[in-house]
Design a binder for this molecule. Structure first.
Ligand code: NAD
Ligand code: UDP
Length: 321
């Protein structure tokens, strides 16, 4: 891609967040290389990007060395490492692929960049899961978390923490420009209706008048961010010189119980579904809410889309599925 444009590499480009990020980067004038192995993503999400001459899609596995999938001598200015299953039932179905892409995958990408593009800016998608079952509420970036090192969610949350460590080593010891985003629950169009996360599950169930499956008693909380807000935060994190070396929470601090969420979705879809209670999965965090004061201060970022507006757009998308 020999032009003056900046080139961004997005791993996990065919996923929910990756595909929205690709579209936004293209609209901002970047050339974009998107890599995905389709373990959870789909080419359908890249329908519009694939028609853009500034987008190149590479089918590749980010667990392997980038030598095996990146064009030789490609100058990359910015990397977003998003590749990883993100839905609890799916990462538990693919535990090895999940822990490897966040650990070895992050290591391979950073080592490759250190050798070929040491001045690259590297943005790593960590997760609110790094806080585990939080003893501090809301969660600030300074909180070290309370994670079961060997439970059903560990393939994901411990590997996100390992990935953060790999980033820390390359930032401190190799002076690379790395930014870590701890992403809290995000929702919107292009989520896979079958991926098992709560919003796709409830919206699909409600649209078919099937029972809404609340796990446990529904008193556990989450804080949901609409995808457009999250992508705006990601771009600011990547482009702001002040954010170099930082770890920043990105999410919407409006907290809801899962039972409240079920009621809202039932209401907004005008559904006749009943609510049924099923066992709470292992190590399911009882509460989660980001403290976003650092994102506000460093990036001037805060979410703008109300939950109701985001939900309506998401419902419209799922109606077409
Ligand atoms: P997703 O499952 O929709 O997308 C992940 C993408 O990564 C998929 O397209 C998948 O095929 C691809 N992928 C996985 N392993 C790969 C590999 N080895 N090589 C190449 N591609 C691979 O999930 P998402 O919600 O878009 O999440 C994207 C990232 O954001 C993940 O790293 C996830 O952990 C993180 N995150 C998401 C949320 C959220 O609420 N959506 C919250 C916290 C963190
Ligand atoms: N959940 C639920 N019913 C479902 C799917 C999920 O009650 O059909 C609950 C789940 O137990 C968790 C919350 O909703 O407490 C959010 O789950 P999700 O899988 O979306 O993401 P998590 O934040 O747990 O990674």
């Amino acid at each position: 891609m020999p032009t003056n444009k900046q080139t961004a590499l997005v791993t996990g480009a065919a996923g929910f967040l990756g595909s929205h990020l690709v579209d936004t980067l293209l609209s901002r004038g970047y050339q974009v290389l998107g890599v995905d192995n389709f373990i959870t993503g789909s080419k359908e999400n890249l329908k519009s990007a694939l028609q853009n001459g500034d987008f190149v899609f590479i089918q590749g596995d980010v667990i392997s060395s980038p030598d095996s999938y990146l064009p030789e001598d490609e100058k990359v200015d910015l990397v977003f490492h998003l590749a990883s299953p993100a839905s609890p039932p799916i990462y538990q179905k693919y535990p090895i692929e999940t822990y490897l892409v966040n650990s070895l995958g992050t290591h391979q990408l950073l080592q490759y960049m250190l050798e070929k593009n040491p001045d690259v800016r590297f943005v790593y998608a960590s997760s609110s899961e790094a806080y585990g079952e939080p003893q501090e509420h809301p969660q600030k970036e300074t909180y070290w978390g309370n994670v079961n090192p060997n439970g059903v969610r560990s393939c994901y949350d411990e590997s996100k923490r390992f990935g953060e460590m790999v980033c820390g080593v390359h930032s401190r010891d190799m002076s690379m420009d790395i930014r870590i985003m701890r992403i809290f629950n995000t929702f919107g169009p292009r989520m896979n209706p079958a991926d098992g996360r709560v919003i796709p599950n409830f919206v699909t169930q409600a649209l078919h008048n099937n029972p809404l499956t609340v796990y446990g008693d529904g008193s556990q909380t989450r804080s949901f961010c609409y995808v457009d807000d999250l992508i705006a935060g990601m771009i600011l994190l990547a482009e702001s010189p002040k954010a170099s070396g930082m770890t920043i929470n990105l999410g919407n601090p409006e907290e809801k119980t899962i039972l409240e969420l079920a009621m809202l979705i039932k209401e907004q879809t005008d559904s006749k579904s009943e609510i049924v209670y099923q066992p709470l999965p292992g190590d399911d965090p009882t509460k989660r809410r980001p403290d976003i004061s650092k994102a506000k201060e460093v990036l001037g970022w805060a979410p703008k889309v109300t939950f109701e507006v985001g939900l309506q757009k998401t419902i419209e998308y799922f109606k077409g599925k």
